[in-house]
Design a protein around this ligand. Sequence first.
Ligand code: PEP
Length: 245
Amino acid sequence: MRRTLIAGNWKSNGRKAGLETFLEVLGGGLASASAEILICPPYVYLSKAVALAPEGVSIGAQNCSVEQEGAFTGEVTAGMLADCEVGAVILGHSERRELFSESSELVASKVKRANTEGLMAIVCVGESLEEREKGLAEAVVLEQVRQSLQGVGDASGIVLAYEPVWAIGTGKTASAEDAQNMHAAIRRCLREQYAEQADGIRILYGGSVKGGNAAELFAKPDIDGALVGGASLDAKEFLQIIAAG
Ligand code: PEP
């Protein structure tokens, strides 16, 4: 049985005061929540978020260094995150892949660092609009899955997030059927590498998830939660997504 995971990716948004209010409102609305909840604010707010997180809410980062430690100015390592009681890290988000030229090979190396430090790694994959229109969506996504997990032996700390790039921040969502089909294909692909563990690996959907479309997505058998961008900045909207989980 896979427990629904609802993760909020704040990207480079938010300030201290807003974080405090957000966590307070979130904490006040969780009484009947059954999903696991994760909030991923910017690095500089992680320790504050860990200190203020209400019961049932974990804190994650949005990236980590591929290096273990050393002279890498500006980088934050997986070990530092674990040291600050951060429990998870998003890796290979499409914005990292596109804007910072991160390859799937680099993502796989980061996943190994996260694994070593005991962090949950949320590994993002997804096709562009052009790739979808050419009928290449599944091939592109499955190749990203294989390469982003290359050499990762143990999948117990891994969560996948299928995020079609054309659906991120655009208000367009994949239909629940299309998302389910891709999630099922990802799970078949995971079975090739993780015969024993694949059925326990959570696969989140991401791309304009809101209170109004979450329930339909979560009703699908291979959609195990959501990675939420914009709607995770508003505690009330985020609570609606949590209520659907
Ligand atoms: C994201 O950035 O991971 C995301 C899914 O964003 P949004 O929910 O805003 O589409």
